[in-house]
Design a protein around this ligand. Sequence first.
Ligand code: NAP
Length: 252
Amino acid sequence: MHDRVLIVTGGSRGIGAATCLLAAERGWGVLVNYAGNVEAAEGVCARIHAAGGTAVAVRGDVSREEDVEHVFRAADRLGRLAGLVNNAGIVGPGARVEELDAERIGRILAVNVTGSFLCARAAIRRMSTRHGGAGGAIVNLSSAAAKLGAPGVYVDYAAAKGAIDTFTVGLALEVAGEGIRVNAVRPGIIDTDIHAAGGDPGRAARLAPSLPMPRAGTAEEVARAILWLLSDEASYTTGSTIAVSGGRAALP
Ligand code: NAP
């Protein structure tokens, strides 16, 4: 049994995958959650195993309660849960608000917001001293979009990430006396598949020259901030959000 297990939702690709790899390097036993891309998830685990680490890939849609329970039960079999990264996130194709329908808005909120709540709930039930746990840390993925609003592209996603900002503060205060720290990172434009998923694969390269630091960030650069927030180096940090955005939307 591993004494320090980390669940990374959406750990198969992008920022989540980079977080899994770095966490394993730093001694965490890692549960690599994914939605459907089993090859990518198993690929992350294979790299961790090859380096002598512990990892298991578990499929599950974070917006579904039964899937979340399945994922956390698999983590229980790995060892003691000590960390959660609420990383799974989706955008829809670029559109204006008057073009959105309830199904799209509901799905964006379900994965980005409800999924983070459901996973935090399961983590708190295991980690909180109130429930006999030994404490832990939660890191949520916000976005620069929460500050910028993403007009004309995906205001629904931006609003979901705004909800994550408030969720981070509220939950941090709720469990601050129970051994759990809750923080967030706010990435800017990071070079991952999410832009292609939103129908605009060239987005990061196109926007790069206009950014304060004129390049997109890498998934590894975000992962390093996440790992710091998870670590004891951040022992007095809770309710905080770190912008990892090369200066984009850097004001709190
Ligand atoms: P990505 O490359 O598109 O990867 C998304 C990951 O989430 C994949 O592992 C995917 O699994 C998983 N996933 C999607 N829906 C899921 C669900 N319902 N349940 C469980 N897992 C699910 O994304 P990314 O760019 O790394 O983004 C990671 C996080 O950072 C997101 O919360 C995103 O909003 C945030 N963020 C990203 C950027 C950016 O520029 N990239 C900027 C700001 C914030 P499969 O592989 O199985 O599909």
